[in-house]
Design a protein around this ligand. Sequence first.
Ligand code: APR
Ligand code: PHB
Length: 389
Amino acid sequence: MRTQVAIIGAGPAGLTLGRLLEGAGIDAVIIEQRSAEYVLGRIRAGVLEQSSVDLLRQMGVNQRMDAEGIFHDGIELSFDGEMLRVNFNELIARRVMVYGQTEVTRDLMDARTASGAKSIYEAGDVHIHDFDGETPRVTFTKDGQTHQIECDFIAGCDGFHGVSRASVPPSAISLFERVYPFGWLGVLVDQPPVAEELIYAHHKRGFALCSMRSLTRSRYYVQVDSTEKAENWSDDRFWDELRARLNPDIAESLKTGPSIEKSIAPLRSFVAEPLRFGRLFLTGDAAHIVPPTGAKGLNMAIHDVMELATALQEFYGERSDAGINAYSGNVLENTWRTERFSWWMTQLLHTFPDSGDFGRRIQRADFDYLAASRIARQSLAENYTGFRA
Ligand code: APR
Ligand code: PHB
């Protein structure tokens, strides 16, 4: 088998890249180790920046998003129950859209199926070869047989645990990482959201987030210790803990019910440098991880592959290496900007085991500064809605 671009992974990064390359007339194959159903079963965040919404529209995968996505003008912050609204629309004339990553993934998969572009799911033992030369290869097994795809480029869209980054010699790559001493316990429930906008709550018992998937389905999180297990959290325990961290009026209007999903996600900040190794490119979670506090993971992945698709279009259309040479630097600039914001939101809103009373007073001062300064709120708004230099 031969293709121009072999895309490893059918998460949002791989599927978006596939769609963009299809639009540009560049041949690509997606190789994914899991089944499509498994990929769609993963529950992830659900906030799209305007630029992500624009791209999905431009790619023609916007029908359901436009019907079901909900535009939000801002978010609410809560500090020990004290509320502060940050109105992005009023501050900087920008908004975000609430539409689940799972839905984005489904829409992209459906579009790919409809167009007949090639995807290989349940590929076993995926390996990448020879990306330091002109003819890279991908090998994998499927239905008991070994297959090989020759290509011009490999796009590593295979997430944090994928094979792409792991195939780079350790001496050629630098890794920067912070692992936080806590995770998020998340619950999905078929009940209307407690508020019209998302509520990010700092509380001395720990962080909490009230989010949503639709007007009838809500997503809630509480910060838990890294050692916690979801099995130890009955629904009642979860709701009691969430209420304890919210403003009392909000807590009172919370509509609870049996959870339809409950899981713990660890929090991590991570960046790999560089992001290009000969004819291999890293994108999305394979390249970087942000803690979910800034709702940036999906938007970063989309930004990366837009950059990569443009670079590959230049390569094939104009025989120019300029885009592929600039890819790593351009993406890393956006990555570190977004890492900083996600880290800052995380340290403002969570309880850190070792930060002591001084740390808590600094968090309070940060919150008070946001409450007092329009410029501080504009900065938050600019980053949350997606800053591009
Ligand atoms: N071979 C083939 N596919 C693989 C391999 C492999 N060796 N390893 C992993 N994969 C697949 C995974 O099964 C997954 O479907 O790559 C895909 C990577 O998808 P994601 O983890 O969703 O990563 P990405 O597409 O970069 O999307 C980033 O997802 O994790 C969230 O917060 C993150 O929103 C962000 C987004
Ligand atoms: C979510 O709805 O799952 C969600 C929303 C915003 C975040 C993180 C997660 O910052």
